[in-house]
Design a protein around this ligand. Sequence first.
Ligand code: SF4
Length: 371
Amino acid sequence: MDVVAAPDEIFGLTFAGFSARLREAVGHHPRFHRALYRQLMATGGCDPAKEPTWQEAEQTSPGVITRVVRHLGEIRLPQVVSERSAHDPASGTTRKIVCRLHDGREVEAVLIPMRGGAQDGGHATVCVSSQVGCKMGCRFCHTATMGLIRHLSAAEIVAQVLIAAQVGGVKPRNVVFMGMGEPLDNLDAVAQAVRVLTDINGLGLAQRHITISTVGRVDQLVRFAELGLTRVNLAVSLTAADDELRSDLMPVNRVHDLAALKAALLAHPLGRGRRILVSYVLMAGVNDADEQLARLAEWCRGLRVLVNLIPFNPIPNRPEQPSAPARIDAIRSALIAAGIPARVRRTKGDEVMAACGQLGDPTQRRRALPS
Ligand code: SF4
């Protein structure tokens, strides 16, 4: 069969790419192509006969539907293999969704209700993965125990957003690249996924509603800045502001230390009124002492940042515990008093291992893939 793209790869196309491929096979019918693309991004599938605009195309090109169907082949989103949810009366239902990819690998995404308690039918944030596993080795992260299995394609990233929206019956409003993997380690696919997610012919998300989080790949930050995605939010996972501790917690610091990271962030182009989100995972007795926090405030000085304090979410086989709530509040107040904007991120979904740092399944590496 004449197939335009592997079924899952089609989700990695912007409208321009989708239309160009369709044009080669079935001719130039812009309204018809646009309607199909909108349907693809809204439903995860394509049924040309359901688009009223096909009649217009049919008049100039008899048999166009048959050719489109033959050309597109079967379009399928990855299969959802499990979904676990945690309900909070104040904020709604957080869902962890595991999807099986075409090669049998599994990827995890999290659907997070937005502030105000959006339930089914409302808006939500989708936390997507950019890789299966991760090679960065952060000590406080369950994904690190998997190692890197493989990068995800742009289509596999976009598909997570479409699936999460279907599972939750919500409109995705925000997308955060904070799931499995280091997004800047797979920058080309991540950038293409952002172009698709923000394409006004499809999902049409605003760039300012997308956040890319990095552990500090300084080399890739320069490339990211050159891509022109200037309104996409940048988050940096810091978690320690002295090199010795950070190198222990986050091996990336042995290559790109705090001074290099700060220099890269100072050079990063930021629009007016925009700030870099600095994530700091608080672990009792590890990185929450007054001295550590003074170093954090000092490192932040001169940068336009908002510090996001994240209570550590326990993971299997690690002894670390979150800082006490009173300590976290005191840290936030101390940062604000020092002139550093700070807030505490509320934990959602930790009961089902869906919270920050809890994604991943180390057994995936050992498991036989379905044939
Ligand atoms: S925190 Fe992010 S970069 Fe670090 S190991 Fe986990 S997934 Fe990878």
